[in-house]
Design a binder for this molecule. Sequence first.
Ligand code: GLN
Length: 295
Amino acid sequence: MVNLPQNAKALYDYLRQALSQSHDPDCADLDARLILEKRAGVTYIDLLTQSSATLSDAQLEHIQSDLALRLKGMPIAKIYGEKEFWGRAFAVSEDVLDPRPDTESIIEAVLKWYKANAAHYASRPLRLLDIGTGSGCIVITLLKEIAEAEAVAVDYSWPALMVARQNAARHDVVNRLSFVQGDYISAFGHDSFDLIVTNPPYIPHADITNLSESVKNYDPILALDGGIDGLDPYKKIFISIKNNLRPNGRLFLECGFDQIEAINRIGINLGTNLERIIYDLGGHARGGEFSCGDK
Ligand code: GLN
């Protein structure tokens, strides 16, 4: 027996109210809109313009069950198996981190760098490496935005690589993207790249228990836990970066809001330069652009 308002606008208000009691009350409005769009095809514009749309019992049943899962902590992206990133939909599963808006700041920074340096890649394709690709949202977005670029995507997790492959097919970049299962060092080999991007696990081990339910119970720990200080992946990446970054190449990394200085110290010891700090929408230092000295 479903006990929800049948009118779309009334249901939107009901869902927003109910979802404000979830583990992520800040997402209540967006989640309510996503549920209505997914289950009833009612867009936000519809809600603003035609408040008389009526939902069927079947639609309401789905929505009731989505609401129950969301109130238990499951993120909307995990309920529907899909999340939007840089304007495109990506498949997600329990094996990959949900793409985050913060990571779009990294994309923005890479594309800015690329625009200023596109002339270098007029006569040959840019080569890109994504370390810890997860859903593939970073590398696939960059392949869509940088015509002709070629990429390698690395992940420890085989199931994550399967999700990334599915997303590559969905966005029609399989012919420019290869996948490698491995850890940071072995994945590099002797190959060299113009651009290396990474959003590695960076949460300090002891902080994992304090993450919100919807993160710690639904995002894979492998994609979150960065060791005692959260910096393990960066230490591994910087050790081999000099051998793998081409002249004029760049490493763009995402990190925790208070980590860029410590990461820069690791990099300085290994001969890299922090060219730019990347800020997220909340104004936090969410990443960095590093070079090994342009030649
Ligand atoms: N930004 C994510 C979070 O705070 C963590 C992502 C990561 O470890 N790479 O939940």
